[in-house]
Design a protein around this ligand. Structure first.
Ligand code: GDP
Length: 434
């Protein structure tokens, strides 16, 4: 999916606009882990166009001189993005820094949309004509504080997206290996590819932050493996920051159907792991938890079970993800991975007929009646599936406000008990019907 990056000098309001655009999403009601704070990368949708949005200003370069920070920001945008939103401010007018950024952007040969923020009132919206002198096309007035102009801005952005034919018939499963450094991603990549007889091609990912390898297994299933470990230190300063590593992982997750979430079996789970796993979950990707280096773990009969219980406790929202214990070195259980990837991919695309869904709903409500909240009884009239990848259901209710998380959770669990959705998140959206 297309990537859009926001660049601009500090204080022009990048994060405000970023947050406003992020909030345009329909509110998907689900078990959201705490990854939304302080994020620099988000999914968004405008007029049926899906895209990822990067707030380059949110990346921490505090140990570098100001001008390097600006240059790094622009570089990330140029490397990663299909469309760049260059943000300036109507209040301050054109500054030297703005001109410098414009210089970098000219050379980038990417589509740039010039957004003039802080155009809060009609006079300020008049003043934007000065910004034509930046030579980056029509300035679009927006106001982060008032939320105006965002529609025009997003119209201009999506107009630059490449035209894709809908319903491209593509039965390739795209999967990525995600995990912090040294968990063994490269070793796994090599071991997986070592098992495959047919490697179709190896290409650098379109955003140049990953290597994509296509292969076919013995059943003829096509896979594209997105390998973020393959490209490391290309010598640019920003690539070594942790935030950038997280961003690179997020970009790979965006391009994947299935995420192999790799954990080091010896050292266990870390904060960074949780952040990335939370992102994959929110993005609706099918997930397989791969516990690697299992050969190094001293085991007795309950080690695997104990490890599983601990992991489930730490990653409660990933309760649907299968866990497999492997070793990239001894190759133990690696042969199970292609089969697991296929299974979770099928589940992620499972479609359930409305009539069948409503049988499940009736039974569910009979088992656990809908709650009464603030004197009002919740009614769930109807369930229908509106999308796959991930399976997304709309529940028509009398009042979304009283459709509490616990009852949504209960319905999702009923769906899981009735159909095989292992490995895939389920999204449930509440709509009001009077
Ligand atoms: P990456 O940064 O996630 O790509 O990790 P690497 O694949 O570079 O692996 C980091 C280190 O862990 C290397 O020294 C590997 O040889 C080692 N390693 C990877 N997988 C395993 C495993 O399953 N068992 C053992 N014993 N070592 C492993």
């Amino acid at each position: 999916i297309p990537v859009v990056a926001i660049v601009g000098r500090p204080n022009v309001g990048k994060s405000t606009i970023f947050n406003r655009i992020a909030r345009q999403r329909i509110s998907i009601i689900e078990d959201t882990p705490g990854v939304t704070r302080d994020r620099i990368y988000t999914h968004s949708t405008w007029l049926n166009h899906d895209f990822s949005l990067i707030d380059t200003g949110g990346i921490d370069f505090t140990d570098q001189p100001f001008i390097d920070q600006i240059r790094n920001q622009a570089e990330i945008a140029i490397d990663e993005a299909n469309v760049i939103i260059f943000m300036v401010s109507a209040r301050e007018g054109i500054t030297d820094t703005d001109e410098r950024i414009a210089q970098i952007l000219y050379r980038a040969k990417k589509d740039v949309i010039l957004a003039v923020n802080k155009a809060d009132n009609p006079e300020q919206r008049q003043d934007i004509y000065d910004f034509y002198t930046l030579g980056l096309g029509d300035p679009i007035p927006v106001s982060g504080s008032q939320g105006t102009g965002l529609g025009d801005l997003l119209d201009a952005v999506v107009a630059k997206f490449p035209v894709t034919t809908e319903d491209e018939v593509d039965d390739t499963i795209k999967f990525s290996l995600i995990g912090r450094p040294n968990v063994g991603k490269s070793s796994l990549v090599n071991s997986i590819l070592g098992e495959q007889r047919v490697i179709v091609s190896t290409i650098e990912g379109t955003t140049r932050d990953a290597i994509d390898t296509q292969f076919t297994d013995e059943t003829g299933q096509k896979f594209t493996m997105i390998d973020t470990a393959g490209i490391r230190k290309r010598g640019k300063v920003y690539e070594s920051t942790e935030k950038y590593a997280v961003m690179r992982a997020q970009s790979a997750i965006d391009r994947s159907d299935v995420v192999l979430f790799v954990i080091d079996g010896e050292s266990g789970l870390r904060e960074q792991d949780k952040k990335v796993a939370g992102y994959a979950h929110e993005a609706g990707r099918a997930i397989v938890i791969v516990v690697n280096k299992w050969d190094l773990v001293k085991k007795d009969t309950s080690t695997m079970q104990k490890f599983t219980e601990k992991l489930r406790g730490e990653l409660q929202y990933l309760d649907y993800a299968p866990i497999v214990f492997v070793s990239a070195i001894t190759k133990q259980r690696l042969n199970q991975l292609p089969e697991l990837i296929k299974t979770v991919s099928v589940n992620q695309q499972r479609r359930i007929q409305s009539s069948v869904l409503n049988d499940v709903l009736l039974r569910a409500v009979a088992i656990t009646p809908t709650p009464t909240v603030k004197g009002k009884r919740l009614r769930v009239y109807y369930l229908t599936q509106v999308a796959v990848k991930p399976p997304t259901f709309v529940a028509f209710v009398n009042d979304p406000e009283i459709f509490h998380f616990s009852y949504q959770r209960f319905l999702i669990n009923q769906l899981r008990a009735s159909f095989d959705f292992s490995g895939t998140p389920i999204h449930l959206i509440a709509r009001q019907r009077k």
